[in-house]
Design a protein around this ligand. Structure first.
Ligand code: SF4
Length: 328
């Protein structure tokens, strides 16, 4: 498909939401000359968002390590020898203290992550109390707890959960190289249960896991063709953690990472696209390109679950240099 041939669908994308993206269209977007791709992503971004605003979330690991799943990138899996030590579910008061600190540091959303295949009902009692407490502090709430049944999603909704994170990780074709303990369809089922319960969906993936560009095309096509676009789309750059199967391997060209952000922005115009894991090793200039490509959310704080994240000072300096302000 020529550049001109996707003018019409792109103009349409700025005005409406589409759920019928073909892989050919998305492949063409990935292959556009970089200035053209960034221009288009900025145009779509400005049609829906203030380009100077960045939504800030904080992520806390409320239950660390000991996870029975085998996600090849994850140091919390019991299948791999890593430096992560398993810890039990945190106490509610300790979580609320962290939420207060996050609010004081400027976060508007507080995400709680637990390394479970799926939550047990007695664990969910405690998580629901955390959600209620965090909400009472005036923060938006988000949780990532593994697979959910429809009933569990309803319980979290009743507790006041605003967002649920459950990533697709990669394309359907590459998925089996990364995880064998649950299927792609399991993930889609949880996303449907969350959506049906009336909770906003946070769903994205990870790039730099040895996939090729066609897998990035497939991942974006799956996300953009969900019945409703995820309200939040985290795009993570693999953090290579010692002891995991993905600890070594060729690092992704940063320009290919920026391209993935831009294509996510164009195909899901109203979603908040989050620059997530991998920022610690990313230059300020690459992050600036990601903001130009339409990223408008970051995780704030020194740790993302168990992997390092830039310190608050570095983020504040970068936002200041770029003239960006926290989204209110
Ligand atoms: S990514 Fe989540 S589900 Fe997968 S091993 Fe890590 S904690 Fe478990």
């Amino acid at each position: 498909m020529t550049t001109a041939a996707i003018e019409a669908p792109l103009a349409h994308a700025q005005a409406t939401l589409r759920h019928d993206w073909s892989r050919e269209e998305i492949r063409t977007l990935f292959a556009l000359p970089f200035p053209e791709l960034i221009f288009r992503a900025q145009s779509v971004h400005r049609a829906h968002f203030d380009p100077t605003e960045v939504q800030i979330s904080t992520l806390l690991s409320i239950k660390t390590g000991g996870c029975p799943e085998d996600c090849a990138y994850c140091p919390q899996s019991v299948h791999y020898e890593t430096e992560v030590r398993a810890e039990k579910l945190m106490d509610i008061d300790a979580v609320l203290a962290e939420a207060r600190a996050a609010r004081a540091a400027g976060a508007s959303r507080f995400c709680m992550g637990a390394a479970w295949r799926e939550p047990k009902d007695r664990d969910l009692d405690k998580v629901c109390a955390m959600v209620e407490g965090v909400r009472a502090l005036g923060l938006e709430t988000c949780a990532t707890l593994g697979m959910l049944t429809p009933a569990q999603a309803e319980r979290l909704k009743a507790a006041g959960l605003d967002y649920y994170n459950h990533n697709l990780d990669t394309s359907p074709e590459y998925y089996g190289e990364i995880i064998t303990t649950r299927t792609y369809q399991d993930r889609l089922d949880t996303l449907a249960n969350v959506r049906d319960a009336g909770i906003h969906v946070c769903c994205g993936g990870i790039v730099g896991m040895g996939e090729d560009v066609e897998d990035r095309v497939g991942m974006i096509a799956t996300l953009a063709n969900l019945p409703v676009h995820p309200e939040s789309v985290p795009i993570n750059l693999l953090v290579q953690v010692a002891g995991t199967p993905l600890a070594t391997g060729r690092r992704l060209d940063p320009i290919d990472f920026v391209r993935t952000i831009a294509v996510a922005r164009i195909t899901m115009p109203k979603s908040v696209v989050r620059l997530s894991a991998g920022r610690e090793d990313m230059s300020d200039e690459t992050q600036a390109l990601c903001f130009l490509a339409g990223a408008n959310s970051i995780f704030y704080g020194p740790k993302l679950l168990t992997t390092p994240n830039p310190g608050r000072d570095r983020d504040l300096r970068l936002m200041d240099r770029l003239g960006l302000v926290p989204m209110t």
